[in-house]
Design a protein around this ligand. Structure first.
Ligand code: SAM
Length: 233
């Protein structure tokens, strides 16, 4: 994220000002090789979702798209690439702060020839505040960092403020899918969306996507994932 990305001028008229507090962990792993650095410098610009373009997000894509879907914290991008390949007529924006994950997604985009993904390599809340009202039809938040210690709960992404930010940018009927293997985080998130006037909880459907990296970790450690679906009213 650059200083320019943080300018309040990018905030959409109906949005809260961009959040000053840091929620996320590392932005870059120890093992970002020269190839990865090269991908960030030379390939990312072609697939980036710059904040300046977020005010008209359908225009970020070279071909016409039917709907716009968002994934927050895409990790290695396996779920995002899988969705984008399955829905070539949908435009996807993926947010991820961790540069190594962005490099992995860029590799998948190239290998699979995907044209319908744009990447925000930064804090999802900043992108949310730059998007216009009612532009998203689906949002995925899969295994966000649980910040299990009580004193770190304020760093959790899914809180009332983010629920309100999502309510602004999701169109009526748009669906949010949230998954966590942390029972306490899940319970808090469920209560947040249950209480929020902009959302109604939906019945669960079976998981319809390949197991993600963090889901695999959770399952092998014996932690059960909890699934939440909510629709924008
Ligand atoms: C536990 S990992 C889950 C990754 C992936 N969804 C999966 O299931 O394998 C959470 C990811 O969210 C990213 N993240 C955390 N806070 C974020 C934020 N505010 N905006 C964007 N990404 C964020 C982290 O860098 C990390 O890659």
């Amino acid at each position: 994220m650059t200083g320019a990305d943080l300018q309040p001028g990018h905030v959409s008229p109906g949005a809260q000002p961009y959040p000053p507090s840091r929620l996320h962990g590392r932005k870059r792993g120890r093992h970002l090789r020269a190839g990865g650095q090269n991908a960030l410098e030379n390939e990312l610009p072609e697939y980036a979702a710059p904040l300046a373009g977020a005010a008209a997000p359908f225009g970020l894509f070279s071909a016409a798209i039917r709907e716009l879907w968002l994934e927050i914290g895409f990790g290695d991008g396996a779920h995002l690439a899988w969705r984008a390949a399955a829905h070539p007529d949908i435009g996807f924006i993926g947010c991820e702060v961790f540069a190594n994950g962005v490099v992995r997604l860029l590799r998948s985009i190239k290998e699979q020839g995907l044209q319908n993904i744009r990447i925000h390599n930064g804090d999802a809340r900043i992108l949310l505040s730059a998007l216009p009202d009612a532009c998203l039809s689906r949002v995925f938040v899969l295994f966000p960092d649980p910040w299990p210690k009580l004193r770190h709960h304020k760093r959790r992404l899914m809180q009332a403020e983010t629920a309100s930010a999502l309510a602004r940018v999701m169109r009526t009927g748009a669906e949010l899918r949230f998954v966590s293997d942390h029972a306490g985080y899940f319970a808090d998130c469920l209560a947040t969306f249950q209480a929020h006037p902009g959302f109604v909880l939906l019945p669960q459907t079976p998981r319809d996507w390949p197991v993600t990296r963090y889901e695999r970790k959770a399952l092998s450690a014996g932690r059960a994932p909890h699934y939440l679906r909510a629709a924008r009213l």
